[in-house]
Design a protein around this ligand. Structure first.
Ligand SMILES: Nc1ncnc2c1ncn2[C@@H]1O[C@H](COP(=O)(O)OP(=O)(O)O)[C@@H](O)[C@H]1O
Ligand SMILES: [Mg+2]
Length: 273
């Protein structure tokens, strides 16, 4: 095989606000800066990733909606749903809020509809990209199961300040087991990412300790992402990644280190470069 293996991964946690979207956007951008060909897939109808990476959402003709819509008469070509971003090497398969209305039509074809995303993207993505990251909604929905059936791995961001976000980890691990049992047996759990950390706060230390006790230290990335106002600033100012907005910020440094750790996990042969 000439091309290196491509890995497709979901970024998931049933709790909202844990950092799924900032991880998807900034890890994707970090990988693209490392010259990896990356596709970010926004399967969350809230479309936060799409708003972050597409400066003009009016340009979206086709997206996840048309790909997953069981009522779509003409099969849509995946290529027509993928857009470039301001980051070289980073493309996006965007979403729109109307996709939330597909839950009921997709439920009619359950459980076959669990496979819709995988059937539409898998071969093309494996051929064209090095990594694909799927930003999941914070719900137990058909969209999350579509993401997990299409994935090789799952990583889970948790909010260091919220004990509840550890409960969301449990939910994802349970769904992963069901997805493995029902036809995607190689789905791997790739670690928890601790986000929004402030080491001065004792509650944060206690939550990290709890995460280590419950899920094992080996299942938690060494890199943690600090609490940093840069993430809110880029959201408010409609900027894309921390790298394009403020490459020297604490947030950018966090994601730069995390991108390296992530790459050394998937490509151990390049460690030490
Ligand atoms: N490390 C961080 N420091 C400061 N704010 C953060 C951090 N991570 C996320 N946020 C903010 O928290 C909110 C939720 O983050 P987001 O990535 O959208 O979570 P999710 O996708 O899991 O719902 C956003 O407003 C984001 O800007
Ligand atoms: Mg999100």
């Amino acid at each position: 095989m000439n091309k290196k293996e491509c890995f497709i991964g979901s970024i998931s946690n049933y709790k909202g606000g844990t950092g799924k979207t900032i991880t998807a956007v900034n890890l994707s951008a970090g990988l693209a800066i490392q010259k990896k060909k990356v596709l970010i897939i926004d399967i969350d109808p809230q479309s936060d990733t799409t708003r972050a990476l597409m400066q003009d959402p009016m340009k979206i003709n086709n997206c996840i909606y048309q790909l997953l819509d069981p009522g779509e008469k003409q099969p849509i070509d995946l290529k027509d749903c993928i857009y470039s971003t301001i980051h070289e090497n980073l493309d996006i398969l965007p979403n729109i809020t109307e996709t939330s209305g597909l839950e009921i039509p997709l439920a009619i074809n359950f459980p076959e509809s669990n496979w819709n995303l995988r059937n539409k993207i898998y071969d093309y993505v494996k051929d064209k990209y090095d990594y694909a990251l799927i930003d999941c909604p914070p719900t137990l929905s058909i969209f999350v199961s579509n993401a997990l059936y299409a994935s090789d791995f799952v990583m889970i961001p948790v909010d260091a300040g919220s004990g509840n976000s550890l409960e969301g980890v449990k939910g994802v691990l349970e769904l992963m087991q069901s997805v493995r049992d029902n036809g995607n047996p190689n789905l791997r759990f790739i670690k928890i990412l601790i986000n929004k950390i402030d080491r001065r706060k004792s509650a944060h230390k206690a939550n990290i300790q709890e995460a280590q006790n419950r899920f094992g230290e080996e299942n938690i990335f060494e890199t943690t992402i600090p609490t940093s106002s840069v993430f809110e600033t880029i959201e408010t100012m409609r900027k894309t990644s921390v790298f394009s907005y403020s490459p020297t910020s604490k947030g950018a440094q966090g994601f730069r280190t995390f991108t390296k750790e992530f790459l050394s996990f998937f490509e151990p042969e390049r460690s030490g470069e």
